[in-house]
Design a protein around this ligand. Structure first.
Ligand code: SAM
Length: 303
């Protein structure tokens, strides 16, 4: 072992249990691996999170050697299966129903009326990126469905939720949540779209579930996803984990997936210093949203 490695080993955080040691060198290898495979950067301040979750997984599997486990995650179908579990443990899935009300208000008060004004000739299709366990998808579905129910002529809509974590998406597909979460949902939507499942859980009404679908998608492979001419791309609390250059690359691709008039809604303050000639910023102080310009309008330059 070289001097640096020995020094790093001595300075490593003592294991929480199970005797698994992560030295500086091993930490960096995990950070690099996660960034290479998911785009997510783990800053030094998140080291404890990474270490604790890795240790727990190793204990579950009865491994004591992190480097060996890492090597095994990288090869063959067994490795791919384990990686799918691990990526769920190493990414942050914190989410809530109606997490950012101003963004949902923008969908209801500006985007949907504009879609109707343009004739609503095609179904309204939305994509929620990094949707975790589905709360964002169902919040959007509630807002859109409630809006259609108030129109003389209802329109068809569909929402695709995607995430890199298969276990998180499995929760979304089930659409069953703890009753304690009901308080996150405004009363009128709760009444309409949430049904008692058992003493401690509620489920999302089937007629809403029929409008949503969930798909595993790593944002790094976004160029390969087939959706185009979208009315709405909703991506909140995901890009913050990516380095700025990669954020901008992703956004430049995402705007090409919108149809003219379609909107990209990000988390307020999540992206700075980005512009693209295909879109213009929606003027709203409490949201960060961009509308794709109509054909021809693009020539007008950046905003
Ligand atoms: C903090 S949650 C945000 C959930 C939801 N959008 C919200 O705002 O409440 C971030 C989600 O991004 C997902 N994620 C992280 N890296 C990803 C990647 N490379 N591709 C797709 N999803 C990713 C995580 O799995 C996680 O579910």
């Amino acid at each position: 072992m070289g001097g640096d490695e020995a020094k790093a080993l001595n300075s490593s955080v003592p294991p929480a249990g199970g005797g698994v040691v992560m030295d500086e060198h091993e930490f960096q290898r995990w950070v690099d691996l996660l960034e290479k495979r998911t785009g997510v950067v783990v800053p030094p301040s998140r080291r404890l999170f990474l270490e604790t979750n890795l240790r727990m997984r190793l204990q579950e599997l009865g491994y004591r050697n992190l480097a060996r486990y890492r090597d095994e995650c990288l090869v063959g179908p067994k490795g791919a299966k384990e990686w799918a579990v691990l990526v769920d443990r190493l990414t942050v899935h914190e989410t809530r129903f109606f997490r950012h009300p101003p963004s949902l208000d923008l969908v209801r008060d500006q985007l949907l009326p504009a879609y109707l004004e343009q004739g609503a000739s095609e179904a309204f299709h939305a994509w929620s990126i990094g949707c975790a366990t589905g709360e964002e998808v169902y919040s959007l579905a509630m807002v859109i469905d409630e809006f259609t129910s108030r129109q003389e002529q209802s329109f068809y809509f569909g929402i695709t939720g995607s995430d890199v974590s298969p276990p998180a998406l499995a929760v979304g597909r089930q659409g069953i949540y703890a009753s304690s979460r009901l308080k996150e949902i405004p009363e009128k939507y709760r009444q309409e779209y949430c049904e008692r499942f058992d003493d401690n859980h509620f489920r999302v009404a089937d007629r809403l579930k029929r409008r949503v679908g969930f798909a595993v998608l790593n944002l790094l492979d976004v160029q390969r996803q087939p959706m185009t001419r979208l009315d709405l791309i909703y991506c909140q609390n995901v890009l913050i984990y990516f380095p700025r250059v990669r954020r901008h690359e992703l956004l430049n691709h995402l705007v090409t997936c919108l149809k003219p008039g379609g909107c990209l809604i990000l988390g307020a303050g999540e992206v700075t210093l980005w512009s693209n000639p295909l879109v213009q910023r929606v003027s709203s102080q409490r949201t960060l949203a961009f509308r794709r310009k109509a054909q021809g309008e693009e020539l007008g330059g950046q905003e």
